[in-house]
Design a protein around this ligand. Structure first.
Ligand code: NAP
Ligand code: SF4
Length: 613
């Protein structure tokens, strides 16, 4: 049965046993995190050490009285004892990411002048009392994990020396294990998005590891076995924790153990279907694995009547369909006109900070081969020939996933030599001048702006990342921050949209701010509410607020959305062939990789069910 619920009563503890039993039956162990969100609680009665509102919350918290603090400590202990009754093997006390405990330990949010605030000793008293009290109430074999904020990434946060001292005291208070958190939710430094280099926070983990003798667990942007192994082998950490990579591939550990790491469906750090769904009150799933969080909605039944299917188009939808269909026993031939699989994903992988798309494509290539899909590259399917092969009985069915083409707006000068499309720039490396206008500010407009102005090594070189985002990797400053050293912009870029209002409103909730911060730093100009007039040798002519202006640019990049590329489908239908149409070829508007993958898998699943009846 689906399970949901907090753990505040014995009845709730009994409900949690559904989870703990299932994990134990499968030979696993499970700890439960005790999280008090403090001033991040989305609630008018939120409480915190001091009455200070977080910039990411509409609610100003109430200040806890001294008795209120004691009551919270007792609540942590009660929650831990209930977790024990519920069958958990341990608890993790959440002391990082800017939640209640972290708000006590940082001078920034703790202006108290009682035994729980003031100097360092008094600020760390709250977590230490919690750990001691929990330890005293649970047996030795019940694991007490403390998630420590290794680097607050907030002005007025703890220094590295204070973090190390807190780690030592948490160990003395009775913790068995330290899990390492990074940054606060309101930090202006990204901590886990794709533009953060893999294992970037190792220096903060090392600071804690050197301070204690209990095991230390690293987290954040550890998405492959190689990265995890490196952290362990180098002695940086004793364990690694992963969350998103296990949504992307629940078999991550087994595949690693069996030497099949190349088959892992790698988390690309996009946050698009996990965190962004949670932040917009939708059920979390995963862009590369739409089964995540919806496991009960899918079955794995093989098709009773395997069919011979030809799929045209090796983008996200075509690959997802082919893989799911082949896994269910159909014989699949996948035709791709280009020299490699991937379609629009091949454009995404060029964008700085989206290098993880290379791994997504590697997974598809390996998985398609293992599933026995016959991939034919450089084959442009023609309707008459395909129809003839189907009518001759070579294939039982055809799926058309021919994707999209960039939209060319109906604009005077749209074919001027200085105009290129986003596909020309990202896919063909078309030359782009020093002064650029981008027409259209959807996800692709922002991607192109980033491609044109950002240093490409920021998301792969930790030292570069720290410098650009203002992180003190010596951990000497409070909160681990120092002045950012942004590189000079490499181009002058202006972005335009016809809609009024802020550009980038529809970017991902947890990643859009990062992109906008990067473009602000690169002095990208953004103009909304424009009416385009024409493009000529002078540049892009437009009107805004009743005034006519010219963006004097060398290049105009069209990022004005897409149109379905469905002529093959139409021709097949005209020839009497019943074809299935999926992905961007079916509906170009608001197409993203999640929808394309989901749709491909869904069709393969429904079809196989139909073939079993
Ligand atoms: P999009 O989000 O639909 O944006 C298209 C842009 O072009 C809009 O800014 C639109 O704004 C403008 N436009 C539309 N028709 C136009 C016309 N005839 N003339 C001039 N401008 C026009 O499409 P996209 O940026 O190509 O992205 C495609 C899909 O990929 C989207 O679903 C997007 O969410 C997804 N994507 C997501 C990410 C990500 O990071 N999550 C990255 C890339 C793409 P105005 O009409 O106001 O001018
Ligand atoms: Fe990773 Fe993106 Fe999936 Fe989230 S949605 S688990 S970030 S691949």
């Amino acid at each position: 049965k689906p399970f949901a619920g907090t753990l505040a009563t014995q009845a709730a503890a009994r409900r949690h046993q559904v989870v703990t039993r299932a994990v134990h039956d499968a030979g696993g162990r499970i700890a439960m995190q005790i999280l008090h969100t403090g001033r991040y609680a989305y609630h008018p009665l939120a409480v915190a050490p001091t009455r200070l509102r977080s910039p990411i919350s509409p609610f100003t918290p109430f200040e806890l009285s001294a008795r209120g603090v004691e009551r919270q400590i007792r609540a942590f202990v009660r929650c831990a004892t209930l977790a024990r009754e519920a069958g958990y093997d341990g608890v993790e006390i959440m002391g990082s990411e800017g939640y209640l405990i972290n708000e006590f330990t940082a001078a920034l949010t703790n202006h108290r002048d009682d035994e729980f605030g003031g100097d360092f000793d008094r600020r760390v008293r709250f977590p230490l009392e919690i750990v001691k009290a929990v330890r005293a109430r649970v047996s030795r074999d019940f694991m007490v994990v403390y998630r420590i904020s290794s680097i607050d990434l907030m002005e007025g946060g703890m220094t590295g020396a204070e973090v190390a001292e807190l780690a030592r005291r948490v160990q003395s208070a009775g913790a068995d294990l330290l899990n390492v958190g990074v940054g606060w939710h309101e930090s202006a430094v990204p901590t886990m998005a794709a533009n953060v280099p893999r294992a970037a926070w190792r220096h903060a983990v090392r600071n804690i590891k050197q301070a204690v003798t209990i095991p230390v667990m690293a987290s954040n942007r550890i998405n492959t076995p190689e990265v995890a192994e490196d952290l362990l082998a180098s002695g940086t950490a004793d364990l690694v924790s992963m969350a998103r990579p296990l949504l992307a591939d629940p078999a991550f550990a087994n595949k690693t153990r069996e030497g099949r790491a190349d088959e892992i469906n790698t988390c690309i750090g996009c946050n698009q279907a996990c965190l962004d769904h949670i932040f917009t009150e939708r059920v979390a799933t995963c862009l590369v694995n739409p089964r995540a969080g919806r496991e009960l909605d899918w079955d794995d039944h093989p098709a009773a009547v395997p069919q011979r299917v030809v799929v045209v188009g090796g983008g996200a939808a075509g690959m997802a369909f082919s893989l799911e269909a082949a896994r269910r026993g159909h014989a699949v031939t996948l035709l791709e006109a280009g020299p490699e699989l991937g379609g629009q994903l091949n454009l995404a992988k060029q964008v700085p900070g989206k290098q993880e798309f290379h791994d997504m494509l590697r997974h598809f290539r390996v998985a398609l081969a293992r599933a026995g899909v016959q991939v034919q590259l450089g084959v442009k399917a023609q309707a008459p020939e395909l129809a003839a092969r189907i009518q001759a009985g070579e294939f039982d069915a055809v799926v058309v996933a021919t994707g999209v083409t960039p939209r060319t707006p109906d604009l005077d000068g749209a074919h001027h030599p200085k105009v290129v499309s986003y596909a020309d720039v990202l896919g063909q490396g078309a030359p782009v001048g020093q002064r650029v206008a981008i027409v259209g500010a959807g996800g692709i407009g922002f991607d192109v702006a980033e491609y044109l102005v950002c240093q490409s090594d920021e998301s792969t070189q930790p030292a570069r990342f720290m410098q650009i985002w203002g992180v003190d990797d010596t951990l000497q400053t409070p909160g681990g921050l120092q002045p950012a050293q942004a590189p000079a912009p490499t181009r002058q870029v202006q972005m335009f949209q016809r809609k009024p209002g802020t550009l980038g409103k529809h970017l991902g909730k947890s990643t859009g701010w990062i992109l906008k911060a990067k473009l602000r730093r690169a002095q990208v100009e953004m103009t909304a509410g424009v009416t385009y007039q024409r493009i000529d040798d002078a540049g892009l002519h437009y009107q805004v607020d009743g005034e006519t202006r010219v963006a004097q640019v060398d290049t105009v990049v069209m990022c004005a959305g897409q149109q379905s590329q469905c002529s093959l489908y139409d021709e097949l239908v005209a020839l009497g062939v019943q074809a299935h149409l999926i992905g961007g070829a079916q509906e170009a508007a608001e197409l993203d990789a999640l929808r394309a993958i989901q749709q491909g898998m869904q069709l393969a699943s429904e079809w196989s069910q139909a073939a079993t009846q």
